[in-house]
Design a protein around this ligand. Structure first.
Ligand code: G1P
Length: 295
């Protein structure tokens, strides 16, 4: 039998992808924002690849109406594979097959937009009584060691919930969960308090929670009891605050660079950075950018 406790290994990751994506209208009217391409892959694929590279064995995708293309993307496409095989397009066939065989993916629905905490709670039955990761697909993180792997490692070392932390400028404090925390050592913090999207004047610091979490199963019980918080939504931050109150919450200032791919500027930045990394594109893309900037 598998060990069912908060000290068990993190094998599952919840990816909440049920949001309306209003920051990306009109694009997101008929196409999920998670399908926006970064070079030639939908942004959600980078997120699932991060999970795979971090040793996650099962992804639980929380979706809503109109998100079926996200599920289709990770499914086997028999017609496409058959056609590519018959035409001898082996490289392309391999690329397509890699996506559908990447990981075990289960999808659950969030029927009403009741908040991030509620979205995580929708995965409860599939999660069972074991610790899990949460990866928010808007936060694309470019790092040598995958961000969620850094958190999973800290979780297994210290046996406490761990959230990703990043310092943000004053002008962006109101967009994040903000912590009051003290450094334990290196990049590790003890989180005393966390507040969802405070006004700058009420913010306890500039340290923001970024969309990567390593969580104990107890948080599901906390979420189930929560009343709506900020914006009338069930907030994951409120459940984290309860963990902080019980002295069960750490933060980890991850190594890596984050792009908010759910935001127009962040999306463009990610495309430039990831485009410049691609061996088949980098030279001509760099040349083009240089010319464009020197105009
Ligand atoms: C969510 C969380 C917030 C967190 C942020 C990270 O907000 O509620 O606490 O700081 O993700 O990206 P959202 O961006 O979904 O509004």
């Amino acid at each position: 039998m598998r060990k069912s406790s908060s000290r068990a290994k993190i094998r599952k990751a919840v990816i909440p992808a049920a949001g309306l994506g209003t920051r990306f209208l009109p694009f997101s009217k008929a196409v999920p924002k998670e399908m926006l391409p970064i070079v030639d892959k939908p942004s959600i694929q980078y997120i699932v690849e991060e999970a795979v590279a971090s040793g996650i064995e099962e992804v639980i995708l929380v979706t809503s109406r109109g998100k079926s293309t996200v599920e289709d993307h990770f499914d086997i496409s028999y017609e496409l594979e058959d056609t590519l095989a018959k035409r001898g397009k082996t490289e392309r066939l391999k690329t397509v097959q890699e996506v559908s065989r990447m990981i075990r993916l289960i999808s659950v629905r969030q029927k009403e937009p009741l908040g991030l905490g509620h979205a995580v709670l929708c995965a409860q039955e599939v999660l069972g009584d074991e610790p899990f990761a949460v990866i928010l697909p808007d936060d694309l993180i470019d790092s040598a060691v995958p961000c969620i792997k850094q958190l999973v490692k800290a979780y297994s070392q210290y046996g406490k919930a761990v959230v990703a932390l990043e310092e943000v400028p004053d002008s962006r404090v109101h967009l994040y969960g903000i912590v009051k925390a003290e450094r334990i050592k290196g990049r590790l913090y003890r989180v005393r308090h966390v507040v969802e999207k405070p006004k700058l004047k009420d913010a306890p610091s500039n340290l923001a929670v970024i969309g990567r979490y390593a969580l104990p199963p107890e948080i599901l019980k906390i979420l189930a009891r929560l009343k709506p918080g900020k914006g009338g939504e069930i907030q994951l931050t409120d459940a984290l605050q309860e963990l902080a109150r019980r002295k069960m919450l750490y933060g980890y200032q991850f190594r890596g660079i984050r792009y908010d791919s759910g935001d127009k500027l962040g999306f463009l930045q990610a495309n430039v950075v990831y485009g410049l990394k691609r061996p088949d594109l980098k030279e001509s893309f760099r040349e083009f950018l240089e010319k464009e900037l020197n105009k």
